[in-house]
Design a protein around this ligand. Structure first.
Ligand SMILES: [Zn+2]
Length: 55
């Protein structure tokens, strides 16, 4: 099982969401909680889910 660090809260997770939270072409990986918070922002875009494990 692999994990990544959330770009916002800096904690390790095995499932992250690829999102944009500002204008431009910068994508970041964030955890579920941060993703929910970022969804409220006007520049939020969702670009996929990353999983560090196989089903
Ligand atoms: Zn987070």
């Amino acid at each position: 099982m692999k994990s990544k660090i959330c770009a916002l809260c800096k904690t390790e997770h095995t499932t992250l969401y690829r999102i944009q939270n500002q204008p431009g072409k910068i994508w970041i990986f964030v955890c579920e909680l941060c993703c929910i918070q970022e969804k409220a922002k006007p520049h939020y875009r969702y670009g996929g889910t990353w999983k560090g494990y196989r089903h």
